[in-house]
Design a protein around this ligand. Structure first.
Ligand SMILES: [Zn+2]
Length: 270
């Protein structure tokens, strides 16, 4: 996913809960991958010095879905959040697969897109470019939108009002979304797939296009029991809920508790 998506994904949660304090865990968000959590509080003591990898907002939303949302109970859950591009990733047993350096889960950047089309990430033919407002604009022969998210919303509105060109563009994007979803399902064999952000109205506006492309993209052995694709439950609160869950994991880890014990022992002995 592209950086504006992260900003947008977090905006509602921040607006409603300035400071983002969850219990006594301080959470700090930043966009893109390789995030960090620091300055957490436990029983009134500030424990510093350890940093826990958290993830980007789409990945965190996936954690929230797998823990307490639409994918709760699923061992292997694939989360796909469309905003500007698509983010998310695989969550196994409630934990995101983030790779060797924390950069895993960039589901928008396999080359499921148009050959030769250059992505801002530096790669070519990324799926990211096919599933959002940028793709809708290309299909409608409009200029690249300054705000692809708002542009996508406007095209969805036009499609809903019966504009055939808008509806056709939405169907193309929904099919592209479904093809990539099928590819990732073939790759990861998830129990369930959760859609989030613009993926939800895109599929809803072009259900047939989505279902046809999803089925066609699945390997034959998946078709008897294709991974269910359902809408996310947490929506605007997903990233914050996921951050809280991962933050609490870190806070209650052996390393963090050992830090707290050491600090408490030092303060008690001084
Ligand atoms: Zn890319």
């Amino acid at each position: 996913m592209s950086p504006p998506g992260h900003r947008r994904g977090l905006r509602p949660a921040r607006a409603r809960e300035p400071g983002a304090q969850v219990g006594q865990v301080g959470l700090r968000h930043a966009h893109s991958v390789g995030r960090e959590l620091e300055n957490h509080r436990y029983s009134g003591n500030v424990v510093r010095g350890r940093t826990g990898g958290v993830g980007n907002d789409a990945t965190l939303a996936g954690v929230a879905e797998a823990r307490t949302g639409a994918a709760a109970g699923a061992r292997t859950a694939l989360h796909l959040l469309v905003d500007v591009g698509v983010g998310g990733g695989l969550v196994v047993n409630g934990r995101p697969l983030t790779g060797a350096s924390g950069a895993g889960g960039e589901v928008g950047h396999p080359p499921f897109g148009t050959p030769g089309q250059r992505c801002p990430c530096g790669a070519a033919a990324c799926w990211d470019l096919e599933v959002d407002g940028r793709a809708l604009a290309r299909h409608l022969a409009d200029e690249a939108p300054d705000d692809p998210y708002d542009y996508a919303q406007s095209v969805l509105d036009r499609a809903e009002r019966g504009d055939p060109d808008a509806a056709a563009a939405v169907a193309r994007v929904a099919a592209a979304l479904a093809r990539g979803t099928a590819g990732l399902a073939n790759l990861h064999d998830p129990d369930i797939v959760t859609l989030d952000g613009l993926a939800i109205p895109l599929r809803a506006a072009a259900t047939d296009a989505f279902d046809t492309a999803y089925t066609a993209g699945l390997m034959t052995f998946h078709r008897d029991r294709p991974p269910r694709v359902i809408d996310a439950a947490h929506r605007d609160h997903g990233a914050l809920s996921g951050a809280a869950a991962v933050g609490l994991d870190h806070l209650t880890s052996e390393a963090a508790l050992a830090d707290w014990h050491d600090l408490h022992a030092r303060e008690g002995g001084s």
